[in-house]
Design a protein around this ligand. Sequence first.
Ligand SMILES: Nc1ncnc2c1ncn2[C@@H]1O[C@H](COP(=O)(O)OP(=O)(O)OP(=O)(O)O)[C@@H](O)[C@H]1O
Length: 225
Amino acid sequence: MATSSGGGSGSGGGGTYSYRNGATHSHKSSSKLDTHTHKPLSLNSSSNSSSKNHVKSKSLGPSSTTQRRNSTTSKDHHPSVPGRVRVAVRLRPRNAEESVADADFADCVELQPELKRLKLRKNNWDADTYAFDEVLTEFASQKRVYEVVARPVVESVLDGYNGTIMAYGQTGTGKTYTLGRLGEEDTAARGIMVRSMEDILADVSLETDSVSVSYLQVNRFSTSI
Ligand SMILES: Nc1ncnc2c1ncn2[C@@H]1O[C@H](COP(=O)(O)OP(=O)(O)OP(=O)(O)O)[C@@H](O)[C@H]1O
């Protein structure tokens, strides 16, 4: 949803898409994009080892749900239509500069996490409301963001589906923080990429599976890998 870049007046609303089954998604926006794609992050089993009781074929389609592993978490995390794009919005805390300037974005952005809605006030009498699959406040931990946004996609990848996690938003809204933080100083700060790799590597067999990873950053007309 292109409207998930909530966070007016320089606040940090970053949208996060997650998607599985390998379809592409595009939207028209001049925002900078960070893309963490699971398609190149492919899992290839080099043998038909029976040591794994779940399928890792990339050719599985949505109709192959009967072949999916019996994962309660997968089901729990996919209460909605399987295969559709899910969109979350995360608001970052004010930074020091904004605090000093007493930026008033709190007055124009109102998160309603229970209702999974974000309200953008245009003025005292008018507001637009946007619905999301997840609404993550400035107090949401990296762990929580991973669990609600990325873990379902990682589990789908481990079931043999393609999946994509993409963060978008204007500069400084927290895309790199959300996706790319390594957490070297503080492991609680680990971002989606590190946590995804941890879960994937914990699940695969290093003897029989191969894992490749790529991380893309799309900035208007340029892409860096
Ligand atoms: N949830 C958060 N909690 C605390 N600090 C955050 C959070 N999100 C972002 N920040 C901080 O905000 C600043 C900008 O974040 P970040 O670099 O991730 O933005 P970005 O969207 O990747 O920007 P750019 O598009 O310019 O690369 C950083 O200093 C980062 O540490």
